[in-house]
Design a protein around this ligand. Structure first.
Ligand code: PLP
Length: 454
């Protein structure tokens, strides 16, 4: 298969003189990073862990340069955040312009245009032609919390359903929604009440149940154990991210959404990780023609500045009383300026198409690798959100130890590679959409070598 390099002419690589090449000049981590990490250990609680303890001095395009002068291939985008690239020039310019005008007013004290413009863009771009409203917050977890608040206020009901393998954040309510105990929940309870869990569709591990059959199983459980009369909302990630890049079988999401609609239950799509061109569409819901009642976004929204949003049906969003929603920093003017530039970049520089090209390269490389290595049980995902699940070839049991060894060896060889999965046995690929094919293929060649040696 021949693949053309993406139309990146409007996207320059960030940072001065950042060569788009993997280049190690010290061991990883190098001496300066080790020194900074010693300061970190003395100043920051150990609960704030670092997966790859290099310390960064510049990043852009498809690379990250550390303080020792090593250049690493970025296959993580700071967990799916820098889709437009790190220090993307359009973002830098917009934020610089804004920072010279004003940095903060608190939108709920005095307004400014940037907030309204981001809301208008999200109302236009999210799935569905219905009338919408958008409220802005700071983090994904804060937006999820607000989506649930809004759904409860609108419906007058309290229960919320989340799914197996779900990840929705680390605040109290979102820990309750998140499925995985270690490291996200263990020891941090008690958790928020009225949160229930339903089985998701996980084709690789549920015997390939069809989407409608898996949905019927979930719906039966919801009806028997909770009842639609008590249920405010169902929340789900169109591709379950931290849980292992689980892509539900076709028709699963649509059946859950249709049941929700028919039963007066607010259907919330958590697109914090899947949103903004990442999956080869502006939002992953589009792949299944889903029109969520509420859609939660964050990560890829603002090129790395902290911003999140809840966008949805005007009747639901307007249900809460005046003053019921907000926060000191939500929709900060710098983050809004960054978001406008970021969203414009996704729309005008071919990055949605680029995500599909990245999928083609990753699938070609990873499926070829799977043929040679039966420890790769599954290759799955969409766009620039692709994963491999590592297993014992004899039993298909998850192999978390191999996964950890592979990630550590990739790090040592100059590739920022992330893992995920409830069972810790998934390697995930989340490159910035500005990465070149050459870097992508070089990153996979490192994976091939470290897998062979692990
Ligand atoms: C990362 C993530 C969150 C939480 O976002 P934060 O900004 O870390 O609070 C919520 N939902 C999903 C699907 C995520 O991937």
């Amino acid at each position: 298969m021949t693949l053309t390099t993406a139309p990146l002419e409007n996207v320059q690589f960030g940072g001065p003189a950042l060569r788009q090449l993997r280049n190690l000049v010290t061991a990883i981590p190098g001496p300066r990073s080790i020194e900074l990490n010693a300061r970190k250990s003395a100043a920051v609680p150990r609960g704030v862990g670092i997966a790859l303890p290099i310390y960064v001095q510049a990043a852009g395009g498809g690379v990250v340069m550390d303080v020792d002068g090593n250049t690493l291939i970025d296959l993580g985008s700071g967990i799916a955040v820098t889709g437009v690239g790190n220090a993307a020039p359009a973002v830098v310019e917009a934020v610089t312009e804004q920072v010279n005008r004003f940095t903060h007013t608190c939108f709920t004290v005095t307004g400014y245009e940037g907030y309204v413009a981001v809301a208008e863009l999200l109302n236009e771009l999210t799935p569905g032609d219905h009338e919408k409203r958008t409220a802005l917050f700071n983090s994904g977890a804060e937006a999820v919390e607000n989506a649930v608040k809004i759904a409860r206020h609108f419906s007058g009901k309290q229960a919320v359903v989340a799914f197996d393998h779900a990840y929705h954040g680390r605040t109290n309510l979102t820990m309750a929604l998140t499925a995985k105990s270690m490291p996200y929940k263990s020891g941090f309870g008690p958790f928020a009440p009225e949160v229930y869990r339903a089985p998701v569709s996980y084709p690789f591990r549920d015997g390939n149940l069809s989407g409608p059959v898996a949905a019927a199983r979930a719906i039966t459980q919801i009806e028997k154990q909770i009842g639609a009369a008590n249920l405010a909302a169902v929340i789900i990630e169109p591709i379950l991210g931290e849980g292992g890049f689980i892509l539900p079988a076709p028709g699963f999401l649509a059946a859950i959404a249709a049941w929700s609609r028919a039963n007066g239950v607010v259907f919330i799509a958590d697109e914090v990780q899947t949103g903004f061109a990442r999956t080869g569409a502006m939002f992953a819901s589009e792949h299944e023609n889903l029109v969520p009642d509420l859609i939660v976004t964050a990560k890829g929204i603002a090129g790395g500045l902290p911003l999140s949003a809840v966008t949805g049906r005007a009747d639901i969003m307007d249900a809460a009383h005046v003053g019921g929603l907000g926060g000191t920093y939500g929709g900060n003017p710098l983050a809004c300026a960054a978001a406008i530039a970021t969203i414009q970049t996704y729309r005008t520089t071919g990055l949605i198409e680029r995500a599909r090209q990245i999928e083609a390269v990753l699938r070609e490389e990873l499926e070829a690798l799977q043929l040679l290595d039966p420890r790769i049980g599954d290759v799955r995902g969409r766009g620039a959100m692709i994963a491999i699940e590592l297993v014992d070839p004899a039993t298909q049991e998850p192999d978390a130890a191999l996964t950890a060894r592979v990630a550590a060896a990739a790090h040592a060889n100059g590739v920022i590679l992330l893992t995920c999965g409830t069972n810790g046995n998934v390697v995930r690929f989340l490159p910035p959409l500005t990465i070149s094919d050459e870097l992508l293929r070089d990153g996979i060649s490192v994976l091939r070598e470290v897998l062979a040696a692990s």
